[in-house]
Design a protein around this ligand. Structure first.
Ligand code: 5GP
Ligand code: MG
Ligand code: MG
Length: 185
């Protein structure tokens, strides 16, 4: 197709099949981790990148669970972090006494998750854990910020697809890939 956004992809890093298979495994890990916890579980998706991952992961959870979203801004529209993280949209729900599972597309420097975790901790949840689809450990500056459930470790490349954007585009690709250099030009 003429304007198919796949024409902009140089390399596929993770296929749709690889991602879906891994999400089934992550779901099983999460189901086991919360099996004997009677308190409410709430999944907190980090917008916007986490929305597709959250939707697929949610359907692997077998227990009662509720959903909420938080929106943070750190990257602007480019590929480099601005260094400061702002909360743009807070949760709607009270998380006191609940088990919070933060669902994020990728953990890179760790600054975003650090900020979100610090903020949510003050609200006295029963626990806070993190589930990420991707981890780029090479770029971590916040060494103590880790993912409790992670899909894939990836090399230090800027990736798009499956929720992740470049200039707000490419989120709807069903796989994770790297853009051709001319797309940035
Ligand atoms: P951190 O705060 O850990 O450095 O970065 C977290 C956020 O930066 C992610 O939630 C994601 O929105 C964005 N980010 C980090 N690496 C990438 C990448 O390779 N591709 C895209 N599209 N976004 C990224
Ligand atoms: Mg994100
Ligand atoms: Mg982005």
């Amino acid at each position: 197709m003429k304007n198919d956004l796949r024409n902009d992809i140089e390399e596929i890093i993770l296929t749709e099949e690889q991602i879906q298979k891994r999400i089934e495994e992550l779901g099983a890990e999460i189901n086991a981790a919360y099996a004997d916890k009677p308190e409410e579980l709430i999944m907190v998706g980090v917008l916007r990148g986490g929305f597709i991952f959250m939707a697929d992961l949610a359907r692997q959870i077998k227990r009662q669970v509720t959903f909420d979203f938080i929106d943070v801004s750190s990257y602007g529209t480019g590929t480099e972090s601005s260094g400061s993280v702002r909360i743009i949209k807070d949760l709607e729900e009270d998380i006191k006494g609940k088990h919070v599972l933060i669902v994020e597309d990728i953990i890179d420097t760790g600054l975003t998750l650090k900020k979100v975790i610090e903020m949510l901790k003050t609200r006295e949840p029963a626990s806070i854990k993190v589930c990420t689809l991707l981890d780029k450990p090479a770029r971590r500056t916040e060494k103590h910020i880790t993912s409790d459930f992670n899909g894939f470790e990836i090399p230090d490349k800027f990736v798009v697809g499956y929720g992740l954007d470049y200039a707000e585009k490419y989120r709807n690709l069903p796989f994770i890939g790297v853009l051709k250099p001319e797309v940035y030009a």
